[in-house]
Design a protein around this ligand. Structure first.
Ligand SMILES: [Zn+2]
Length: 90
């Protein structure tokens, strides 16, 4: 039997390492632009802790990590996603 090795990624806010599936992935897709949990290209990860989601500098950190400008439309989607996690603690 092959043991599943979790893919570890660093949260751009707290800089801690987490299992990939416990993180929110933001990708700058080559063709479709910024995407959540999908797409191919440069990616940044944020852990689902309230502390990191409510980080006032998170958008700046994201833009720096992805080396791109985040459109207000994306920020809106992103904030909705954050709210859904905050309403759904696990
Ligand atoms: Zn974090």
């Amino acid at each position: 039997m092959i043991q599943q090795i979790p893919i570890m990624r660093v949260c751009i806010s707290c800089r801690k390492t987490y299992d990939r599936k416990d993180l929110l992935k933001i990708t700058k897709d080559h063709r479709q632009g910024i995407m959540l949990n999908q797409g191919m290209g440069r990616s940044a990860y944020i852990c689902k802790s309230k502390k990191c989601f409510s980080d006032s500098k998170i958008k700046k950190k994201l833009q720096k990590a992805l080396k791109t400008f985040l459109e207000p439309e994306f920020i809106e989607i992103f904030e909705k996603e954050i709210t859904s996690y905050n309403n759904n603690p696990h």
